[in-house]
Design a binder for this molecule. Structure first.
Ligand code: NAD
Length: 486
């Protein structure tokens, strides 16, 4: 199938006619072609969004009406949920049950921000000059570029589209070049809802050409990005040229801390989910499992045994719990990390290879390393694959030190039945997302984002809305008399 981009309310090809083949990572077969944006396509999309913003059609649409359109979009996503979930499985490789969760979450995200459109609030202030009527209003930022990765192709886009639209901005979304299909399908639903033309533009293309042209365009007011930390740094640099607002959701090397007073069954189930959900291609993946030495042997043995039971295969097949990696390149990258772990002297306790019966697709077994040290690359760097390290600690203080011993600061989970311990440890974890006795659940109501090199700003919740609003102070002189300055 040939997909088109969505620019200024129309479905278009790249002006150059260039296209890109999109691959199903489970079968390695081409499942569609999409336009490959060049700088001239980017310029067209930016002009459409700029014109739509400056004309005021969208920001002057009442908040109630904006909310109604978002509700309509949410309902359309629910109507098309099966089609979208299957498309996500075919393009990204994730198991159907994970894709279904993502699509449902995406619909809920539009619903959540639909409600928030009418709750944008300013402040009135009592200032020292009693002749001043002083208040604060919130306004949309303007034209926002939204660049997202391949691991949650639709959901990451929706986390940005929903608050951006609710706040009255105009938008250009660029999905990853590997996984653009659900975003381009969403464009059809957006068209059906009937947003004014130019308010939402969705373009396909790669990072080096389309992404680079987007982030360097001086007509843009804000860049919202989810992706790798290196790309995030490039975006910050490009944004500095004309002081674009920036929010960045980047990588992580997240710890799950298993205390000896945990419920072992719960800690095992969520520990495996932390490490292997979405084949470990999750920014908040629990890729370092820190285990109290008193229970290490039992936890590690059961973790390894249970990891071997994970059903791997094509995500649309019944009962599949883990799909392939997203691309040949990602497969190679992860394999190189596994080799690096072996070379550095870690013990490969399980996995490391392609699952025997699968000859096609970028499949990799759940891979578990033990006997690692904190200076090893597999312990320090984000692998973004089904590779986890199991590590021992002997005291609570040591667990906290190890958990924080990373340049990242996205997420952490702790497993304990001791409430005091949970509350003692949580404030000491230098990261933006924490869980107690589970790992990964996200809520549209809660702020998502990281400390340190995991990014800047927050998405979702009221914080995510705030990130799409400017703040203006207004002061009105109530006096009928000149002040007498001169
Ligand atoms: P990536 O940084 O290579 O690409 C992400 C997006 O940026 C893609 O759309 C890509 O086309 C675009 N891009 C790449 N280079 C660009 C450039 N120079 N200018 C503008 N755009 C450019 O990341 P990826 O490989 O697609 O995704 C994996 C990374 O994303 C991981 O590091 C992961 O931790 C991170 N991630 C973070 C979160 C989060 O919420 N913190 C969520 C998902 C993924």
């Amino acid at each position: 199938m040939n997909y088109k981009m969505y620019i200024n309310g129309e479905f278009v090809n790249a002006m150059s006619g260039k296209t890109r083949s999109i691959i199903n990572p489970a079968t390695e077969e081409v499942i569609g072609t999409v336009p490959e944006s060049q700088p001239e396509d980017v310029a067209l999309a930016v002009t459409a969004a700029r014109t739509a913003f400056d004309s005021g059609t969208w920001r002057n649409t009442s908040a109630q009406e904006r909310g109604k359109l978002l509700l309509k979009l949410s309902a359309l996503i629910k109507q098309h949920a099966t089609e979208l979930a299957e498309l996500e499985v075919n393009n990204n490789g994730k198991p159907k049950r994970e894709a279904e969760f993502d699509i449902d979450d995406a619909a809920n995200c539009f619903e959540y921000y639909a409600g928030m459109a009418t709750k944008i609030m300013g402040q009135t202030l009592s200032v020292p000059d009693t002749n001043s009527f002083s208040y604060v209003v919130k306004e949309p930022i303007g034209v926002c570029v939204q660049i997202v990765p391949w691991n949650y192709p639709l959901l990451m886009g929706v986390w940005k589209l929903a608050p951006g639209l609710a706040a009255g901005n105009t938008l250009i979304l660029k999905p990853s070049e590997l996984t653009p299909l659900t975003a381009l399908k969403l464009a059809e639903l957006i068209h059906e809802v009937g947003f004014p033309k130019g308010v939402v533009n969705i373009i396909s293309g790669d990072g080096a050409t389309a992404g680079n042209a987007l982030i360097n365009n001086s007509l843009i007011d804000k860049i919202a990005f989810t992706g790798g930390t290196l790309t995030g740094k490039k975006i910050m640099e490009a944004a500095s040229k004309n002081m674009k607002k920036v929010t960045l959701e980047l990588g992580g090397k997240n710890p799950a801390i298993i205390f000896d007073d945990c419920d072992m069954d719960i800690a095992l189930d969520w520990g495996l989910f932390a490490a292997f959900a979405n084949s470990g291609q999750v920014c908040s993946a629990g890729s370092r499992i820190l285990i109290d030495e008193k229970i290490y042997d039992e936890y590690a043995a059961r973790f390894i045994a249970k990891s071997k039971e994970i059903k791997i295969g094509f995500g649309l097949d019944e009962g599949i719990q883990m799909g392939p990696l997203v691309s040949a390149l990602q497969y190679e990258k992860v394999k190189n990390y596994i080799q690096a772990g072996i070379n550095e002297g870690a013990k490969l306790s399980s996995g490391g290879e392609r699952p025997a019966p699968l000859s096609k697709g970028y499949f990799l077994l759940p891979t578990i390393f033990e006997n690692v040290t904190e200076d090893m690359r597999i312990v320090k760097e984000e692998i973004f694959g089904p590779v986890v390290v199991l590590m021992k600690f002997s005291t609570e203080e040591e667990a906290i030190r190890m958990a924080n011993n990373t340049e990242y600061g996205l997420a952490a989970g702790i497993f304990t039945q001791n409430l005091s311990r949970a509350h003692r440890v949580l404030p000491q974890l230098r990261c933006g997302i924490t869980w107690v006795n589970y790992f990964h659940p996200t809520f549209n109501e809660q702020p998502w984002g990281g400390y340190k090199q995991s990014g800047t700003g927050r998405e979702l919740g009221t914080y995510g809305m705030e990130a799409y609003l400017e703040t203006k102070q207004v002061n009105i002189n109530l006096s009928n008399e000149p002040a007498g300055w001169y």
